[in-house]
Write a protein of this length. Structure first.
Length: 146
């Protein structure tokens, strides 16, 4: 497996811990989007794309956040999904490496690309990359006009 492309979009200044988003292409044929670059207590790390874990309403089968007290669809009172005072996993990874070796390789490539993009951002005339819905950087002519 080889990472053939890494696109970094730096987060706006003033974000708490989020430093940027990343899109990687593996072997020129598989894309993973929405990878986050986070500044944690031990430095930068990579957070794989994830989704919120949802609960289903017994009345209408609508999806609701685990902490929701009422259904977003029908308004029915929902039973407590999370016991009071307990920490519960609220997100699950959509894509992730299977072993530490793969995780290290991906993280190394992403953080090297992030550091390179960050250094470029310090230069005069730098134009920030925007990762679009297609996963590729958007040029100004591709941006929606308002």
């Amino acid at each position: 497996m080889k990472i053939t492309d890494v696109t970094i979009q730096l987060a706006p200044m003033g974000q708490d811990r989020l430093r940027g988003f990343c899109c990687i292409t593996i072997d020129g044929c598989f894309v993973v989007r929405d990878i986050k670059i986070i500044h944690g207590p031990n430095g930068l790390f990579v957070a794989m794309p994830s989704r919120k874990i949802m609960a289903t309403c017994a009345q209408c089968r609508g999806k609701n956040h685990l902490h929701a007290r009422f259904c977003n669809q029908c308004g029915t009172t929902l039973p407590a999904m999370v016991p009071a005072g307990e920490r519960v996993k609220m997100h699950c990874d959509v894509a992730h490496p299977i072993n530490a070796e793969c995780r290290h390789m991906i993280e190394k490539e992403i953080l090297a690309a992030y550091n390179n993009e960050f250094l470029h951002s310090q230069q005069p005339g730098y134009v920030a990359k925007q990762i679009g819905d297609g996963g590729d950087p958007m040029t100004p002519e591709m941006l929606p006009h308002s």
